[in-house]
Design a protein around this ligand. Sequence first.
Ligand code: FAD
Length: 338
Amino acid sequence: MRIEENYSLLAYNTFHLPVKARWFMEYENEEELGRILRDEYFQECISLHIGCGSNLLFINDYRGIILHSQIKGIQLVEENENTVLLRIGAAEIWDDVVAYAVSKGWGGIENLSNIPGEAGAAAIQNIGAYGVEIKDVIERVETYNQLSFEKRIFTKEECRYEYRYSFFKNEHNEPHIITHILIRLNKKPVYTLQYGTLKETLANYYPAITLTHIREAVISIRKEKLPDPKIIGNAGSFFTNPFITKQHFDKLKVQYPDMPFYPALNNRIKIPAAWLIEQCGFKGKNHGQVGVYDKQALVLTNLGDANGHEIALVAESIRAAVKERFDIELTPEVKYVD
Ligand SMILES: Cc1cc2nc3c(=O)[nH]c(=O)nc-3n(C[C@H](O)[C@H](O)[C@H](O)COP(=O)(O)OP(=O)(O)OC[C@H]3O[C@@H](n4cnc5c(N)ncnc54)[C@H](O)[C@@H]3O)c2cc1C
């Protein structure tokens, strides 16, 4: 177990904000986690479990305890003719898991290549890209209840997955710490390639496409479109894509015939938030030390010395502009930590 006081979180947030945590506690296994959770001082403090901080915006220094897992390992727990079941420690880097699966010829997560963060957080966020979400492969999630200290295994259904949402993100539910995730992958090729740019990038490989081709194509598309958080501070998409009613959509479509859209469940329509932000004139513009990325308007960047408060202010002006022009409410995908 590692315990640090007044610990810099610079390496633990991809916005590169130089914030500190009053306490930073890192555990190696479930037994150590149990000891931390049962500690009286821990119970009196506010706390936040983090992964790599690639979806966090620290507004200030954190006054409580930052928890971080070091539970690693990828275990093959079941195998049959068609599938494998892997049990993965929450602290495994998600993209290492994808690289490992692809190297073994196990399919299902290759479209989720190059998404920053850890495996535990991936299951909380229901990460998604190029037509695939982690919920498509999740079988179970192993957790610790932070209040009752009980271990509980959630089935996929109990995780209540939706677009970028799970049971674990709902602040009305008791907080659970994820220790392991179990994912089922295919031994036989079942590819998801309907996404336009992915299809085009892979055109040369048809019909002999492999998992490696898909992984490489996804990585090259992402590198083209998104800033590398190791170089430019950012947290990926700042907002989720909004869903609107058919009525609202029909009204907007008259005024904006070129507006892109995707029909969704329950008669709702998904509108790309990037398009809305671009229409409001933010794309590629800098606001002090905060940038709106020129190749993807959904991404806010730290140009060097921004603080969390300044990033939040730019996000708020984008939100207000989109609301005024389209009457659409943008919701941050990034979690604000104060
Ligand atoms: C350049 C870039 C591109 C991105 N592209 C995508 C994309 O294509 N698709 C996508 O879905 N996301 C994307 N993201 C967002 C981000 O990668 C994901 O949200 C990721 O899952 C966050 O992982 P993390 O380990 O950094 O979690 P953190 O940001 O540290 O935490 C995220 C949430 O999980 C909680 N948490 C973390 N670990 C645990 C645990 N073990 N137990 C309990 N709670 C925990 C935290 O409290 C927080 O609420 C991108 C981010 C960046 C920077």
